[in-house]
Ligand binder design. Structure first.
Ligand SMILES: [Zn+2]
Ligand SMILES: [Zn+2]
Length: 198
């Protein structure tokens, strides 16, 4: 499948905003937790390498954060010495590493994309059958500036939905190229018919 620059930026964006780590699997968390308890830095390093490869595969060649060996060693050391009382600590550790890797690649992509018609939009979609009018008024595709001005990011509590649970609208950032779906194959395909006669 052909991927646009916007597709890669979208993937990197999802990684940078995912609090639990989009590419962090349960088996990865278990492996790292085991390595931590065995004081096995290489076991933790292997998981970090896997995450690096996972983020790189989404990054369209943009440079990920270039951690030095020393920085990686410090992170691994922190995890091995951390007072880990909750499973979520390991997961958050991996999620943060993944976000840090993706951030500079995303920023490079956005800078490059700005010159090529990259567009950022806020998309709010109703979920469930009983979305209230207040929410529906805020649903749709918005320019980020308008989204802020019209409160598209705002949610409200259960009372506005007849007490049947709060706002469940899906609200997200969407990246696309401004020529998406607008290329007309006939424009290029038919051009030879208009060659000037010699
Ligand atoms: Zn609502
Ligand atoms: Zn809602």
């Amino acid at each position: 499948m052909y991927r646009t620059l916007a597709d890669s930026i979208q993937d990197l964006y999802e990684i940078t905003v995912s609090p639990s780590g989009l590419l962090v699997t349960d088996s990865m968390v278990r492996a790292v937790d085991k390595a931590r308890r065995n004081r096995d830095p290489k076991g933790i390093g292997d998981a970090l390498s896997k995450l690096f490869n996972g983020v790189a595969s989404k990054a369209a060649g943009f440079q990920l954060k270039n951690f030095t060996r020393d920085e990686i060693g410090k992170r691994i050391g922190w995890l091995m010495d951390a007072d880990v009382t909750k499973d979520s600590t390991v997961k958050q550790f991996l999620a943060k590493y993944q976000r840090d890797l993706a951030m500079p690649a995303m920023e490079t992509g956005i800078k490059l994309g700005a010159a090529q018609g990259l567009i950022k939009e806020v998309v709010r979609t109703p979920e469930g059958a009983e979305t209230c009018q207040w929410c529906l008024d805020r649903c749709g595709v918005w320019d980020p500036y308008d989204a802020n001005a019209y409160g598209v990011w705002a949610r409200h509590g259960a009372s506005a939905h007849g007490g049947s649970g709060g706002c469940d609208c899906d609200i997200r950032i969407q990246w696309r190229m401004d020529n998406d779906g607008k290329t007309d194959p006939e424009i290029n395909g038919g051009s030879t018919a208009y060659q000037a006669e010699a």
